[in-house]
Design a protein around this ligand. Sequence first.
Ligand code: SF4
Length: 617
Amino acid sequence: MIHLDPAILSRVMKPARYTGHELNSVMKPHETVAVTFALAFPDVYEVGMSYLGYKILYSILNKRTDTAAERVFAPWVDMEQEMRQAKIPLFSHETFTPLAEFDLVGFTLQYEMSYTNILNMLDLGGIPLLTKDRKQGQPFVVAGGPGVYNVEPLADFFDFVIVGEGEEIIEEIVDTYKCWREAGEQGGRKEFLLAVSKISGIYVPSFYDVTYETNGTIHSVSSNEPTAPAIVHKRIVKDLESISYPVKPIVPYTEIVHDRIMLELFRGCTRGCRFCQAGILYRPVRERTVDTLVKIARQQVDATGYNEISLTSLSSADYSKLPELIDRLTAELKDDRVSVSLPSLRIDSFSIELAQKVQQVRKSGLTFAPEAGTQRLRDVINKGVTEENLIEAVGAAFRSGWTSVKLYFMIGLPTETDEDIEGIADLAQRVVKLFSEIRGRRGVKVTVSVSSFVPKAHTAFQWFGQDSLEELERKQHYLRSLIKDKSIAYHYHDARVSVLEGVFARGDRRLGEVLLKAWRAGAKFDSWSEHFHYEIWQQAFIDCKIDPAFYAHRDRDLMEVLPWEYVSPAVTKKYLAKEYREAVAGAFTSDCRTDVCGVCGVCQQLNAAVIDWSDSL
Ligand code: SF4
């Protein structure tokens, strides 16, 4: 157990990031359990504490009397410096146990720019970075989360990977580990990996060999263990009603990014936006019932004292019983002064009725995501919304009293021209005009937030090259020149970060060396602008003789073997290729939730089905 000198805490920013002992945290003496599991988040406390999946696994593991699950976060740079100076290894928040003393260390991969933090945390925790260097008695290092759908750039660092929804698999891993330990760790680490690889949804990167063509593309991927599956398909919870939900989330002592109760209405989204990886990874749609959600909300409010509930999902307004849910939550919680917020809204799901219902409880800011500035490009990405939808939705909001809206767009989408960029400025201007028409005065605030498109694995756009850095920056500046109205604020992201994300999102195993080099040269917290050093990455690519453009900007042939094909969200490549062709043709694919099944493959492969309560009374 680590003893933290208060003098250290007095010298760092936000010491509450490191002190633990929050309400609802679970501390178990390690000598009373058979398995210890560190849930590691490769970013700071206030970011990691905001992720729902992390809370779910913490709750499931700690319900077992034989297992202790504890949290570990990346220390901020000031704390890291103090720890390295005082030779304090990275430790858990519950029992202040060094990372290297856990049996299993699980990282969640939420975004590519956190990858160097994983290496930094392993190093700070005294765990060898490379799987091949880990010995008997050292932890197994595991990954989960959306990043596992192309985990190849991290293949050398993870002993195994959980593909799909962790709550479905995590207990099987613990049971397998216990068996192996009770059998005296027979056969060493390899034997455990062989056993765990037999669990459906587990991918062991070292059990696969990759060969390359002379042009740098992949020739083949083959398993070097006879029992390793040719393709690892994701696991999912088929019915969310059948699993428990974390009703006693930890309440932090310091403000965190999402400092409120998160109520997950459903998983999945079958709208079919062609750029969206989450829409593919989390299929099919599975809703919770209103009764269950109200019950969970009540328990969470009682256990935490929070006064805000955020209705979270990929597209919360698509919850089939949303008006009823808001009415029931409002009635249930009216004496507790708890507000309800909707974090993301699709334009066409929004209605005057909904605007008024949300307004009843709290008038939070409204965000809409048209994504592209013209109908032509919205058809290419299968957004399925029109300018009229936006105007109607924003108009409803203005009539209900809102005075500010945020509009999300992407630039660099496949087939984009300058006309599409001009469309963004025109749309924002039309919203400003709409406010004056409805309210008879000026005073609206329209925020145009623009990100650069990053093609992702397992999407219809996985074959498209990303725009070059120069082109993305040119488009950013062009849009700036078009926005003249003072009511419109314009924000855009650093395109260099987007390009780097583009490299790792569709990278292969050879990039592990680049990650190592960049981390050794000081890269960490790359998603934090003040710590992003593009020149470190440029040098790392040069040192490794790897051309980042090969990964980010190259169009792929539909026949090319892709590095991530062996870990599958169970949507077929054939379906994605069909969507790719329809994107080029600007053809619309309807939502299987309201229309016929488009045979994307997931329900067939996983023997699952869409669960939607719209027809229930
Ligand atoms: S298999 Fe059919 S019903 Fe299931 S998610 Fe895919 S398109 Fe929808």
